[in-house]
Design a protein. Structure first.
Length: 132
C-alpha cells in the first residue's frame, strides 16, 4: 500500500486532474497508474515529475525501445519492482522481445558485478580511457 494512499481521478483536485488528463492524452490510455496517484498528494512533484518524464521519454536521438530498456535496466539495478513492471510493459509495447529482455538482464547483471569488483578493488582509471 502506498504510504499516503492513492488519489483517484474522481477525488483529485483541478490541478491534479489536469496532469492526469495530460498523462492519459499523451499515453493514449483511459487510466492513471498508481505511481501518479501516489505522487498526486504533492501536486508540484506530480507536475514536475510528469513534465520531466514526458520530455525525457519523448522521441529523440534514442528510439522508444532503447529508452524503455535503459529505464528498465536502471530500475532493475535499483531494485524498484514497480518501475521494473512499468518499464517492462513500456519496452514490450515499444518492441522489446523476450530475447532482448534476457540479453538486457544479462548485461545489467554483468555490469553490476564488474562495477562492484572495480569499486571494491579501487581500480584506477586507465589514462587511455580519459584521453578519448
Amino acid at each position: 500500500m502506498a504510504t499516503l494512499g492513492l488519489i483517484e481521478y474522481d477525488a483529485a483536485n483541478a490541478e491534479v486532474r489536469a496532469v492526469y488528463n495530460d498523462i492519459m492524452a499523451t499515453r493514449k490510455t483511459d487510466w492513471i497508474n498508481n505511481f501518479w496517484k501516489a505522487l498526486a498528494h504533492d501536486p508540484a512533484t506530480l507536475r514536475r515529475t510528469w513534465a520531466s518524464i514526458k520530455e525525457i521519454m519523448a522521441p529523440g536521438a534514442l528510439d522508444a525501445v532503447t529508452k524503455e530498456m535503459i529505464y528498465l535496466a536502471v530500475s532493475a539495478s535499483n531494485q524498484c519492482g514497480y518501475c521494473i513492471a512499468s518499464h517492462t510493459a513500456g519496452a514490450r509495447k515499444a518492441g522489446m522481445t523476450d530475447a532482448m529482455l534476457a540479453e538486457l538482464m544479462a548485461v545489467v547483471g554483468m555490469a553490476n558485478e564488474t562495477n562492484r569488483l572495480a569499486s571494491g578493488y579501487q581500480v584506477e582509471i586507465d589514462e587511455k580511457f580519459l584521453a578519448r
